[in-house]
Design a protein around this ligand. Structure first.
Ligand SMILES: [Zn+2]
Length: 346
């Protein structure tokens, strides 16, 4: 049994991040992983990977570095590994399997991207095409062709970077902005704080800080509708990701669900036929939101709750995903695919 493999789980849960990286790169792990991968034949398990941006590290980037999932070279290595050792399935296949119309292959992996940044088309998609790997892109539908609407984390990043004052007063106390490191640290702290606020208060707070620091007016970096239509024609599955990307557990359930349903309608209007699939912004779920979502046409909803999905028991509106970040080397990816079994164990 792979996902619940006790030696693997205990090896990784006891290790720090650095130790995990060393462990994953070791010959002993590689040997164990190969054996476990070969033995994995179950067809009811779905692993879903979450990427955001694929880009090299850029000094002075207009975009918050925390959304960078991999470099183009690192992403190519991921896809190469997945195509060789796993079965990368399309959202159409997953949707049919969830409806009981087909089975998944063993070692099924679904690749997903959130937020529809430009680099998906420029960096990730050409690599996926080269390997004929299916992919799903979740689009926050108020952003395409609306450059004045910018993700709040990018606004805070740009504001902190542009600030010409040594500190900024915040509810967390004064934050220093004297060096690039301090600006990055301040941005990180502000982003964490915003996630604790109710939706309206979060918007007000971001506006206030950005006004005070003199946020430069730049575009949002999100693909326009023409580019999204082109990607859909080329084979990318598009999914809904709300309209304005609110954290759905920080607002009333009614407006949150309206955001989800309307984003699906936007996709239908702009793209044509789309599957009723959805990803919670920031993975933020709420029991009342899930209950109301169940009454809509949305059939599959993806969170950022870590774990594999056992399709025999997992709630279709609470599908887990595996987060991919810049420290996810191929050995770490391999470990994540093998070691996470939280949903199944539950
Ligand atoms: Zn998102």
């Amino acid at each position: 049994m792979i996902a619940g493999c006790p030696p693997l789980r205990s090896m990784f849960s006891a290790a720090s991040k650095l130790a995990q990286a060393r462990l994953a790169s070791s010959g002993a792990f590689s040997h164990l992983a190969t054996m476990l991968e070969r033995r994995e034949l179950r067809t009811h398990l779905l692993r879903v990977l979450t990427y955001h941006r694929v880009a090299d590290v850029e000094e002075g980037s207009d975009f918050c570095p925390s959304l960078r999932s991999a470099s183009p070279d690192g992403f190519r290595e991921h896809v190469e590994f997945l195509m060789e050792h796993y079965n990368v399935v399309s959202m159409e296949h997953v949707y049919a399997a969830c409806r009981g119309e087909t089975e998944l292959p063993p070692r099924a992996v679904l690749i997903t991207f959130d937020d529809a940044y430009h680099d998906f088309a420029e960096q990730a998609w050409p690599i996926l095409q080269q390997f004929a790997a299916p992919v799903t892109l979740f689009v926050p539908t108020a952003y395409p062709d609306n450059p004045s609407l910018v993700f709040w984390w990018d606004r805070l990043h740009r504001a902190c970077r542009a600030a010409d004052q040594p500190t900024v007063a915040t509810p967390l106390g004064p934050l220093s902005l004297s060096s690039p490191q301090q600006r990055a640290q301040a941005c990180e702290q502000l982003c964490s704080y915003v996630k604790t606020l109710e939706h309206g208060a979060a918007s007000d707070f971001v506006n206030k800080i950005c006004d005070e620091l003199g946020e430069p007016r730049l575009g949002n970096g999100v693909l326009g509708w023409d580019a999204l239509r082109e990607l859909a024609r080329e084979g990318v599955t598009l999914g809904a990701h709300t309209r304005t990307h609110p954290l759905m557990n920080r607002m009333r359930a009614g407006p949150a669900v309206t955001e989800a349903v309307e984003s699906l309608r936007d996709l239908e209007r702009e793209i044509g036929h789309v599957l009723p699939v959805f990803a919670y912004p920031g993975g933020a779920m709420d029991p009342e939101v899930i209950a109301q979502l169940r009454k809509t046409s949305i059939e599959l909803a993806f969170s950022t709750q870590r774990g594999q999905n056992d399709l025999r028991v997992t709630d279709r509106l609470q599908l887990g995903r595996i987060h991919i970040g810049p420290s996810t080397t191929v050995p770490i990816l391999r470990a994540k695919l093998l070691a996470y079994g939280r949903n199944m164990l539950r």
